[in-house]
Design a protein around this ligand. Structure first.
Ligand SMILES: [Zn+2]
Length: 319
């Protein structure tokens, strides 16, 4: 992580120099009159396009299918951030490089928004049975590491979307009415999503979920009172669970008669397959929405469409 930070810092300085020489020409950015929004990951990208519609030009730094936890910005990415009207990032451990970019160099985005700053956050948790992360604990042991996946709760999604709406209104006052209207419509859709989750959980037989993977759904589980067991914490870089973790999860599935074992997107599903073979449970996916594959982008998936698919799978897992 430290090396990453240094690299980001060097890049930021380099970009400031590059910009000084290359960007002497007038910026073409506002030629189409659109507000430039840059996000690191998918959820704020999607909220921005739902609210900003044709008034904004929103782009995401992660390329389709790219893993978000070890993402490093390229010099081009840094220039993009510096020239943005609005830059939206997570504000956690995995995009700690952002801080250096925002603090160094004279060129900054007009406005920046960390989605973790607008909601109530909780510390990343290691629950019983998990294989914890090795190196990380030693590094900054007294520093609390917050769970970054704040968007996985529809209520938080609504708060974040509202913050984006406000930011767009501030930056682009003349289109304020458009943003407010689209923002309110989107809020209603997120409220419906929240209600749909509540109904499923209220009518469920079980209230425990099992993830044979990382667990990026802490905020969702907390909001609906679900308990969980998982192979690794939310942002863990570990991919090999200990034998104890695997047998712990197998025992839990058997003991609680849990019908579904979850994996997350871009997972090879090996751990889940082992557990399913041993227990007869079914393997299903919950998509954490960090990033989408190119096919998913092309087919027009959204935060809400993914969360609805997640809900169908969750319903099966709780029955
Ligand atoms: Zn994550």
């Amino acid at each position: 992580m430290k090396t990453k930070k240094i690299i980001a810092l060097i890049l930021a300085v380099l970009c400031a120099v590059l910009c000084f020489t290359a960007c002497g020409t007038p910026k073409e950015e506002k030629s189409d009159g659109k507000i430039k929004v840059v996000t690191t990951i998918f959820p704020p990208y999607d909220y921005t396009r739902q609210i900003g519609k044709d008034n904004v030009d929103v782009s995401m730094l992660l390329k389709p299918g790219m893993e978000s936890h070890n993402f490093d910005p390229t010099p081009q990415d840094i220039i993009k951030i510096q020239e943005a009207d609005l830059f939206i990032y997570v504000g956690g451990e995995s995009d700690a490089w952002v801080k250096d970019i925002l603090e160094s160099g004279d060129k900054k985005p007009q406005k920046s928004l960390a989605i973790m700053d607008v909601v109530e956050k909780v510390a990343e948790e290691t629950v019983e049975g998990m294989t914890a992360e090795k190196e990380e604990r030693e590094e900054d042991s007294d520093e609390i590491e917050y769970d970054e996946h704040v968007w996985t709760s529809p209520k938080n999604a609504e708060i974040i979307a509202n913050s984006i709406m406000k930011a767009l209104c501030e930056i682009d006052h003349k289109n304020k009415d458009d943003y407010t209207k689209a923002g309110n419509d989107y809020s209603l859709q997120l409220k419906e999503l929240d209600k749909a989750y509540k109904e499923v959980v209220d009518n469920a037989k079980l209230h425990t979920i099992i993830f044979a993977d990382r667990f990026p759904f802490r905020y969702l589980a907390d909001e609906f009172g679900l308990s969980y067991f998982a192979a690794f914490p939310g942002c863990s870089a570990e991919t090999e669970p200990s034998a104890a973790t695997v047998s712990f999860l197998i025992d839990k599935v058997k003991e609680m008669k849990i019908p579904v074992v979850f994996t997350i997107e871009f997972s090879n599903g090996k751990i889940a397959d082992t557990i399913c073979e041993a227990t007869g449970a079914k393997r299903l996916e919950m998509h954490s929405c960090h990033n989408l594959s190119s096919e998913m982008f092309e087919s027009g998936e959204t935060y809400i469409s993914l969360m609805k698919k997640n809900l169908n799978n969750l319903k099966e897992a709780l029955s």
